[in-house]
Design a protein around this ligand. Structure first.
Ligand SMILES: *Cc1c(COP(=O)(O)O)cnc(C)c1O
Length: 367
């Protein structure tokens, strides 16, 4: 096997001839929503079994050509990441723990039999995109540029084996304040008919298939007036796992945080890990262990559980007000967000936006 991979990769840039002008961009940035608008460029790097990673480029944003036999379209060999670029008050642009995203992409790649991209090349791919699209990083309060690196099997082959050609891309999408009109506790739907991941499956990998599995229960949640789905373990249907794209914490009246332990069926959220660190720094006990729905129900009823929240990069930390299922409903939709929930949220966003010292070395400058 010959390899032409240079390490680290050298990027070339082809500027877009169709870049939006400042007026168009400012109009989008004034109300970007989430995941609707994309910047003028994207990153692409190609991997082949013989050549390794090569052809690292920043190119104009645009459609991807895929052969109809590209194996990702048939067998879903695909993984992704999600992180944000934050503009600080001095105009500089930072991301939060991107090496943790790089490592998770490597773990997801291993599980999906995809090639690993080095941490260095991953972070450089983000820097390269920011270098051409930095004006797309908004500056209004709690806005950011959401970065979406992803990797997929692009080989044209219908045989079932890991692909011999793979593409990595990064696209970027300006993101507005997640909560317009203030932070309100969510109502979430307990899925009892469907699970998200089983033992030995893909639950710990950030892969599109897990999201595909969550869409039907998500529809069920909407029909029942809920914003998100809570999944239970697939073995016993007894222990809480996570939401479709967020991890979950309960807060006990003594300030102890409780969150489901990582057992291969739960995505290892970087926000989850950061919340655990910040809570421990403040002297809170944190328990990572199985939590049954019964414990949640009883705890809310007795006053033992005082707050519940979900966390993930997109919404940071979101209070959960109500857990609803076919048989019961617990919590209070009109309750105020919990005090610890909100203060952890504030501390985390203060670090991300450079308003508080970065005492854990979590920030990496992108531009
Ligand atoms: C991405 C993701 C999360 C949150 O992870 P963060 O690193 O905190 O953004 C939680 N659950 C699932 C299923 C996810 O895909």
């Amino acid at each position: 096997m010959t390899t032409t991979t240079t390490f680290p990769l050298a990027f070339s840039t082809t500027p877009s001839q169709a870049a939006r002008d400042e007026a168009e961009r400012e109009e989008i940035l004034a109300d970007p929503g989430f995941g609707k608008h994309f910047t003028d460029h994207m990153v692409q790097i190609t991997w082949t079994v013989d050549g390794g990673w090569h052809d690292a480029e920043v190119v104009p944003y645009g459609p991807i050509t895929l052969d109809p036999a590209a194996s990702v379209l048939h067998y879903a060999q695909e993984i992704f990441e999600g992180l944000k670029a934050y503009r600080h008050a001095d105009g500089s642009i930072w991301s939060f723990r991107p090496e943790a995203n790089a490592l998770r992409l490597q773990r997801s790649a291993e599980r999906l039999a995809l090639p690993q991209l080095s941490t260095e090349d991953f972070i450089e791919s983000l820097r390269q995109l920011i270098a051409v699209d930095r004006s797309w990083v908004p500056s209004a309060h709690e806005t950011s540029l959401y970065l979406r690196p992803f990797m997929y099997a692009s080989e044209s082959f219908l045989g079932v084996r890991s692909a011999h050609k793979v593409d990595y891309r990064v696209i970027a999408s300006p993101a507005g304040t997640y909560f317009t009109g203030g932070i309100r506790p969510l109502s979430i739907w307990l899925s009892t008919d469907y699970t998200r991941a089983g033992r030995g499956g893909l639950g710990a990998a950030k892969t599109g298939g897990n999201y595909a599995a969550s869409l039907l229960p998500q529809e069920e949640a909407y029909r029942n007036g809920c914003a998100q789905v809570l999944f239970l373990d697939s073995d016993e249907g007894k222990y809480i796992e996570e939401l479709g794209g967020m991890n979950v914490f309960l807060v006990r009246h003594d300030g102890t945080l409780i969150t489901p332990e990582l057992r291969g069926t739960i995505l290892e959220g970087i926000t989850r890990e950061s919340v655990i660190r910040l809570a421990k720094d403040r002297g809170h006990a944190v328990e990572e262990r199985p939590i049954s729905v019964q414990e949640w129900r009883d705890g809310v009823a007795s006053g033992e559980i005082t707050e519940v929240f979900a966390c993930g990069t997109a919404a940071v930390i979101t209070p959960i007000g109500v857990l609803k299922s076919r048989d019961f409903e617990i919590g209070d939709a009109s309750a105020e967000p919990g005090a610890l929930t909100m203060s952890l949220r504030e501390e985390l966003t203060d670090i991300q936006y450079g308003r508080k010292p970065d005492r854990h070395g979590w920030l990496t400058q992108l531009g």
